[in-house]
Design a binder for this molecule. Structure first.
Ligand code: AMP
Length: 286
């Protein structure tokens, strides 16, 4: 069995389950509270807190795990990154009270107290920027620390910045940019479970790749094919298919980045395309 540690609740839980389901590794559990559940085949999920996952993977309780890069780095455990899962995007930032007037590290001194649930990353960061501060570890909700007088500055996670704003805090620096990662113990990719880990990475990566792309089909004038190829580069150029009784039209199929879809459709119409179809792709293995 390949045991994969998966966040059981919190911000990363839903996206992780969604990704695994899309990759055909859906949770076959008897109840929501089960600690382990089959994911099909050789894969088994171990449902635990995101925070504990770096330890569990490093100690061998799980062969791989999904958790935030922030938590991996804070743990200080040497883990190998197999894949950036692109969700759970956030930044670990330094923020000071708005009314303190502090807008940069220059305003911090030996007496500055920094509340954070990331004491290791915070200490490392302030050493790097040569500021001696006092780090006050808290287990969460660091943003309230300045209000209750236990710190002047926080090192906390933010994605939209709204929690910081609501709490009257102003960002003065970035410690780390984070997304969810699939990690394993060092050397595991060369160990006895290498083949299964590789299959897992291939499956998850194929879903991530497919999510940002669409499959486009259109009937285009044969005479415009050369220009169509410029509009629809596809993976290896578009597939061109004859249409029975198609007259001057041929069918072209290609994979297109979602971000440029609008332009591609406009360009195709400009070249006389008809019957343009756009479909989602479940998985894409290049
Ligand atoms: P949890 O505490 O279990 O909800 O998981 C928190 C993890 O979700 C963090 O360690 C980050 O990796 C990630 N995350 C993504 N966006 C945010 C955010 N805006 N605030 C806090 N954590 C976030």
């Amino acid at each position: 069995m390949i045991r994969i540690a998966i966040p059981n609740k919190g911000r990363l839980s839903e996206d992780t389950r969604g990704l695994f389901e899309d990759a055909g590794l859906d949770v076959r559990s008897k109840g929501d509270r089960a600690l382990t559940a089959s994911l099909g085949g050789v894969f088994e999920g171990l449902f635990v807190r995101a925070q504990d996952i770096p330890e569990f993977v490093a100690d061998g309780a799980a062969d791989a795990g999904v958790t935030g890069l922030d938590l991996v780095r804070e743990s200080g455990r040497a883990l190998e990154e197999l894949l950036d899962l692109e969700f759970g995007r956030c930044r670990l930032v330094v923020a000071a009270r708005e009314e303190s007037g502090v807008t940069s590290f220059a305003g911090l001194n030996g007496g500055t107290r920094v509340a954070t649930a990331f004491p290791n990353l915070a200490r490392e960061f302030f050493t790097r920027v040569a500021r001696s501060v006092e780090v006050v570890p808290v287990s969460g909700a660091a943003e309230i620390a300045p209000h209750i007088g236990i710190a002047d500055v926080v090192v906390d996670l933010t994605s939209t910045g709204s929690t910081l704003r609501v709490n009257g805090l102003r960002e003065i620096g970035t410690v780390l940019e984070s997304t969810a990662r699939l990690v394993c113990a060092p050397g595991a990719v060369a160990g006895p479970r290498a083949r299964d880990l590789e299959d897992l990475v291939t499956a998850l990566a194929s879903v991530l790749r497919a999510r940002t792309r669409r499959y486009v089909m259109a009937n285009v004038p044969r005479a415009a094919l050369e220009r169509v190829k410029q509009v629809l580069p596809g993976l290896n150029g578009p597939t061109v298919v004859d249409i029975l009784n198609g007259g001057h039209l041929v069918a072209v199929h290609a994979v297109v980045a979602t971000a440029s879809l609008h332009r591609t459709i406009g360009d195709l119409k400009g070249l006389g395309a008809e019957g343009i179809l756009v479909t989602r792709i479940e998985r894409l293995v290049p």
